[in-house]
Write a protein that binds this ligand. Sequence first.
Ligand SMILES: *[C@@H]1O[C@H](CO)[C@@H](O)[C@H](O)[C@H]1NC(C)=O
Ligand SMILES: [Zn+2]
Length: 500
Amino acid sequence: MSPWWRPEAGVSPCHANRLRSRRGPRRRGRAVFATWTFTWVAVLLLAVLVLSAPELTAAKKAPRKETDLARAFGYTEREISKLKAGQVMPPGGCSDPKDSDFFARFRPYEEIEKFLRDRLCQLRREIGSVGSSCEVVEIGHSVEGRPILAIEIRNEEALAAAKASGKTKKKEKAALITGSLHAREWTSTTSVLLTIMRIDVTDVSVFAIPVINPDGYVYTWSGEKQIKKKWSKGAVVEDEVEARYWRKNRRVNPDMTLGVDLNRNFGSTSAIWGTDKKSKSINLTESDIYQGTGGFSEPETRALRDYHKKHKKRIVSFFDVHCCIGALLEPFSREGKAPDYVFKTGQVVIDAINTKAPPDAKYEWRPRPVSSASGSGISSSWAYQEARIPFTYVVELRGKFVERCSEIKPIANEILLGFRALLKELSRMESIMAPQPPKNEAALRVSPADSTDVELADVATTSQKPHQGSSTSHKAMFFLLGLICLAGGYFFKTKTEKLV
Ligand SMILES: *[C@@H]1O[C@H](CO)[C@@H](O)[C@H](O)[C@H]1NC(C)=O
Ligand SMILES: [Zn+2]
C-alpha cells in the first residue's frame, strides 16, 4: 500500500483516502488522521485563497493614493504638491508654460474652449489637414450651464463628388468621437483634440465632442477634496479623494451630495438604464458610479442623445474615448454577440493603434461583458442598442489618469492612427453603410450566418478571434475540489472517532 503522498495509480487522492479508510483506519490511527485533516484544511485554504485573490488585490489597490502613482512616475515631492493643488503641470514631463504648443501640457477648460472656438479650424488649415469645412456647434448645456461643444468637420468636395458619382445616394456618413465623459480622464480630451486637428476628412465626416462633461473637468482642476463612498463587503466605505480624480458630473443630488456618473446614465428604457440590479453603489449618491434618478436624467447625456437624434441618419460610428485599460471594448448588447463586422473593424483599429503603441502597452480587444448588468447605463450600450450605431466602440487609452505631459502626444497620435483606420474602413464600406440601422430587435440580431443584410454580411469575415475564456470556471473547479475533499475529511473524521 502506497503512502498518502503517493496514492495508488489511477486513484485520486480523495478517492484513495476513502479506499484506505475502508481498509482499516484503526491501524493508521491519529497520525494519519491528523495528516489528512491537515491536507484537507490546506486544500481548502488554498481554494479560498485562490478564490479571494482578486478581491485581496483590489482591496490592496483601493486605498492607494493616486499620488503614489505620480511617485512611481518619478515626480518629485514638489511636483506632487503641485499635482495636489490641481495645477497639473509637473515640470518633469511638461514644456515651458510659455510654449505655444497646445499639446505640450494639459489645459484648463477655458483654454480648451478657446482652442475649440478660435484656433482649431484655423490650425487645421495651417497644417494642411484635408477637409475644408470646420464648424463649432453648441449641442446643449451642462448642469452648471456651460455650453457643450461639438466640432463638425466635413469635406464638402468629397461629399459632392461621392454624390455625383452615384457612390452614395444617401446622406453623408459621419463618425462621432467623444472625450472626457469621465472628468479625470484628461488624456481622452487631449487625444480627441489632437485627432480632430490632424485628421484628414474625405467622404466620412467627423463629429467630435472633446469634453462631454465640462463641469466635472473644470472641477478636476480645483485642487479641492471630496468624500467618496462605496459599498464594499456589506458596508459603506468612505474615502477622501482629490478633485483631480473626480469622475462624475456636478449634479446636486436630492440629498445634496454631488455628481452622477454619466457613464451609468444612458438609456431611455429599463433594458439599458438600471440593468445592474446587484451593485448597491449604483444607487449610492456619493459613489463614483451613481446612476442618477433615471435614464438621461442628466443634461450632458441628454445633449449627446439629442445630438445623435439630429444626425441619426448620418452617424454610423461612435468612438467614446476613456482611460486607462489600453483596450477597445465591444459594446454590450442583450441581443448577443456583435456581428463580425464590429469585431473585424475593431481589429483594424487596434492594429493601427498598435503600430505605434509601446511594446509593453499594446491595445487589446475586450469582448463584451457577459451580463447586462455590466452594460448598465453605459454610453456604448445606448449607442449600440438604442441609437443603433453599428460601429460603436469604447476606447480605453493606455496610461494613467495622471499622465505625464510628455505622453500626451504619443497617446493621442496612436488614437489618431486608430481613428484614421476607422474612417478608412467606413469609407470603404460606404455603399453598405448608408446608415439604415436595424429598427427593431429582430433586425439587430444580424450575424453573418443568418443575416438578411447581405451588404453587412459581405464585410464580415471569419477571422473572429476566440473570445477569452474566463478563469472563473477554473476557480469554481478548484472550489468544488476543496469542498469534496472537506466532505471526505469530515466523513473520515466521524468514522475514525467511532473506531478509535
Ligand atoms: C436602484 O434604485 C432603483 C430605483 O429606486 C431600483 O429600481 C433598483 O433596484 C436599485 N438598484 C439596486 C441595485 O439596488
Ligand atoms: Zn471613463
